[in-house]
Design a protein around this ligand. Sequence first.
Ligand SMILES: NC(=O)Nc1ccc2c(c1)=C(Cc1cc(-c3cccc(C(=O)NCCN4CCCCC4)c3)c[nH]1)C(=O)N=2
Length: 303
Amino acid sequence: ALKRTPKDFIFGKVIGEGSFSVVYLAKDIHTNKEYAIKVCDKRHIIREKKTEYIKREKEVLNRLGSNQSPAAPFFVKLFCTFQDTDRLYFVLSFAKRGELLPYINKVGSFDIECTRFYAAEILVALGHVHSLGVIHRDLKPENILLDENMHILITDFGSAKMFNESEKESDEEENSMRQRRNSFVGTAQYVSPELLTDKSASHSSDLWALGCIIYQMVAGLPPFWARSEYLIFQKILKLEYEFPDGFSPSARDLVEKLLVLDPKQRLGANDPPGEGYPSIRAHPFFQGIDFRKLSETNPPPIY
Ligand SMILES: NC(=O)Nc1ccc2c(c1)=C(Cc1cc(-c3cccc(C(=O)NCCN4CCCCC4)c3)c[nH]1)C(=O)N=2
């Protein structure tokens, strides 16, 4: 296919902003199709030494797009990339309904059927990402988008970590050495304790974030909240959170099994990779969910 240029698109409003990018709604002038185009300023990326993050995001999105698996629909697609003198352009799926977060805020909190459905879609998506040797590392309701049929599209792999085959075999010491140099920390409310202590991220770090998101869908607010990031980190490291009255008992049991300080003790942490977390799927909270049919199921109404 011909390499695209910015002239092939009409750029509209800003629909998202990252620390190194701005996301625009854009229309392809040849097909009239709508896309989200993530634009990065080259000088800014070089100055901030973030070229690795940009390369990693492109590699992860290409891996997700290439693998035709039942979970593939739950991610924004990368259609093409191009650049001009000053900027890099990523042409991505446009999620018509935007982020999950405003929907939680609008209704205060989700009922158990909605929570169960969206938690199940996120779990299937995580199982797929992890089966490719990728950890998202910054999963949060702002990065869970909704398409026009209200199914999820996970985005922003700019903070992702890739474990290629060699790294998996390398001994613990070398791995933890490499991770200690790793300065990355996700968004305060959803960051896992291991990322705060020894900088070691694993697929289990995303399971911690899933626990926070399930709690937030039921309670309306994330479990760890304080006026400063430092105080949020303190609460996470002390596992200082509580359940409001009326919190669904089965959701509470699942959250308590995911928000565990030791990443190896979290539900699903020791499941065989690539099987989509059978021990989490088997939890009573997901009773009645057919995980193979989620993408063709009508999502429950949010009210
Ligand atoms: N960091 C990133 O990678 N960011 C990205 C990447 C890809 C991408 C991305 C972000 C997108 C963000 C996005 C934002 C929006 C959006 C922005 C502003 C308003 C709306 C909107 O009107 N949504 C419906 C609004 N509500 C929400 C609450 C209840 C009632 C209705 C959507 C749609 N899609 C997108 O569509 N595709």
